[in-house]
Ligand binder design. Structure first.
Ligand SMILES: Cc1ncc(COP(=O)(O)O)c(C=O)c1O
Length: 433
C-alpha cells in the first residue's frame, strides 16, 4: 500500500459541515479504538505491539493498516492531522478523488515543516523562488542551507505580480515558490489566486507553497485559491495557548504527501503525541478565538494609527494599508497581528517594551494573551542589517500579537507604555512603573 494511503486521514464526510463544526468534530474518531470516552486518548508511546510476527512483517511491508512506531504514525497525531485536513480542505476542487485528496502531516516545529518541504521536493540544480520577507529562520534556511545543496535561492517580491511572472520566466528550473501572506513581520499580502495562475500557466511543474501561519485556515485557505501546499507553524494560532512548538504541511497531491512522509521517516522531525493532543484541543476553539483576535486588532490598530508617538502602523485591516483591498478579497477578516514603528528608533521601542503590564514581552504569536517583540533584535536578528532594511524592518519596529483580553486593557497598556517615550525617544522621567 502506498504511504499516502496508509497515512491518509481525511474524512471527506466532514467537508459538508461548517467551519466551527469541523473544528470540533472532524478527525475525532480517526485511528481511535471504540471507547466511551468523550475526548480522545493520548497515545504517548514510542512503539506499538504486534499480535504476531506475521502482523509485524505485514505492517512493515505496508500490506496491512496499523501503527508501528510513532515517527511513522500515531493515533493521537492522526486525529489532529485529520482535523487540519478538514479545515484547510474546504472548497478544494477534488477533480479525481481517487488520486487527488487533501492530506496533512504534522511536524515537531514550523521550521521542521519548512525544511522538510524543501528537502523532500527540491533537488540539486533546482531553483526555489521565495518571498523577500519571511520569518527569520525560514529566510536563513533558504539563504544559507539550500545553496549548500545546490538549490538556487531566488528572492521575489511576491506582492507584485509582474515580479512573480518575471521570476518564473527567468528561472525555468524553479520547482517551488514559497511565500507568507500576511508576512512576518511587515503584514504584506500576496495574491495567492493570481500567483498560482501565473505560476501554473508558465511552469506547471512549479509547486505553490504558502505559509499560512498568520492567517490560519479560519481566515484563508490557500489550497482553494490554487496553491499546492499549505504550511503552518502550529505553535501559533492553531494551538493558540502557547503550550507547544509544532508545524504542519497540508497538500492536495498524493505524490507530495508521499515525498513528505518519506522525509519525515528519514529525517525524523515528528511531533510528540501529547503536543498533537494539545493542538487538537486548541483547534476546537480556533474560530471563536480568531473572531476575537480580529475584532481586538482592528481597535488596537485604529488607536495606534492616531497615537502621536507612533510613526507608522502595518495592519491589513486599515484602509491606509497598501494591500487593504486584497485583504478584503482574500481573507475572511484581517487577523490579529499588527506591527508599528515607534518614533525614536530602538531606544523608543525599548522604552515601550519595558513599560507594559498586560502585554508580555516574548517572541511567538497567536496566543490567547497579547505578546510583543522587536523583530530587528529578536525574530529577524539572523537577517543582515541590509536585508532587514530592504524589507522595511526598522529599529523602531515592534510586532504585536493582539490577544483576546478586553480590548480597553490592551489599549490602556499600550498608551501607558507609549507615554514612557519622550519626543527624543528616551524614557520620560515622569513616567515611573
Ligand atoms: C510565519 C512563520 N513561519 C514559520 C515559523 C517557524 O515556526 P516554529 O517556530 O514553530 O518553528 C514562524 C515562527 O515564528 C513564523 O512566524
Amino acid at each position: 500500500m502506498e504511504d499516502s494511503k496508509r497515512k491518509d486521514a481525511i474524512s471527506q464526510f466532514y467537508l459538508k459541515y461548517g467551519f466551527a463544526t469541523r473544528c470540533l468534530h472532524a478527525g475525532e474518531k480517526v485511528g481511535q479504538p471504540k471507547s466511551k470516552a468523550h475526548t480522545n486518548a493520548i497515545y504517548q508511546t514510542s512503539t506499538f505491539i504486534f499480535d504476531d510476527a506475521e502482523e509485524g512483517a505485514d505492517l512493515f511491508a505496508q500490506k496491512r493498516e496499523g501503527f508501528v512506531y510513532t515517527r511513522m504514525g500515531n493515533p493521537t497525531v492522526m486525529v489532529a492531522e485529520a482535523k487540519l485536513n478538514s479545515l484547510e480542505g474546504r472548497d478544494v476542487k477534488l477533480a479525481d478523488p481517487e488520486h487527488v485528496r487533501v492530506s496533512s502531516l504534522l511536524f515537531s516545529s514550523g521550521m521542521g515543516a519548512t525544511s522538510s518541504l524543501a528537502m523532500a521536493l527540491l533537488n540539486p540544480g533546482d531553483a526555489l523562488l521565495r518571498g523577500t520577507v519571511l520569518y527569520g529562520s525560514s529566510d536563513h534556511f533558504f539563504n544559507d542551507v539550500l545553496p549548500r545543496h545546490n538549490v538556487k535561492n531566488v528572492l521575489v517580491d511576491t506582492t507584485k505580480l509582474e515580479n512573480v511572472e518575471h521570476a518564473i520566466r527567468l528561472n525555468p528550473k524553479a520547482r517551488m515558490i514559497f511565500f507568507e501572506t500576511p508576512t512576518n513581520p511587515m503584514l504584506d499580502l500576496s495574491d495567492i489566486e493570481e500567483i498560482s495562475k501565473i505560476v501554473k500557466s508558465v511552469n506547471p511543474d512549479c509547486l505553490v507553497a504558502v505559509d499560512n501561519t498568520f492567517a490560519t485556515a479560519y481566515l484563508q485557505n490557500p489550497l482553494s485559491l490554487g496553491a499546492d501546499i499549505v504550511m503552518h507553524s502550529t505553535t501559533k494560532y492553531l494551538s493558540g495557548h502557547g503550550t507547544i512548538v509544532g508545524g504542519a504541511l497540508t497538500t492536495k497531491h498524493d505524490w507530495v504527501k508521499d515525498a513528505l512522509y518519506k522525509t519525515m521517516k528519514d529525517f525524523g522531525p515528528c511531533p510528540s503525541p501529547f503536543d498533537c493532543w494539545l493542538l487538537n484541543l486548541g483547534m476546537k476553539t480556533l474560530p471563536i478565538r480568531m473572531e476575537k483576535h480580529c475584532q481586538n486588532a482592528k481597535e488596537v490598530a485604529k488607536f495606534l494609527e492616531k497615537h502621536p508617538k507612533v510613526e507608522k502602523v502595518y495592519f491589513p485591516g486599515l484602509p491606509s494599508h497598501p494591500h487593504y483591498e486584497l485583504a478584503k478579497k482574500q481573507m475572511r477578516d484581517f487577523g490579529g497581528m499588527i506591527s508599528f514603528d515607534v518614533k525614536g528608533g530602538y531606544a523608543a521601542a525599548q522604552a515601550v517594551m519595558n513599560h507594559v503590564h498586560v502585554i508580555s514581552l516574548a517572541v511567538s504569536l497567536g496566543c490567547v494573551d497579547s505578546l510583543f517583540q522587536h523583530p530587528a533584535s529578536m525574530t529577524h536578528a539572523s537577517m543582515s542589517p541590509e536585508s532587514r532594511k530592504a524589507c522595511g524592518i526598522g529599529e523602531g519596529l515592534i510586532r504585536l500579537s493582539v490577544g483576546i483580553e478586553e480590548v480597553e486593557d490592551i489599549i490602556a497598556d499600550l498608551d501607558h507604555a507609549l507615554h514612557a517615550v519622550d519626543k527624543a525617544g528616551h524614557v520620560s522621567p515622569s513616567v515611573m512603573t
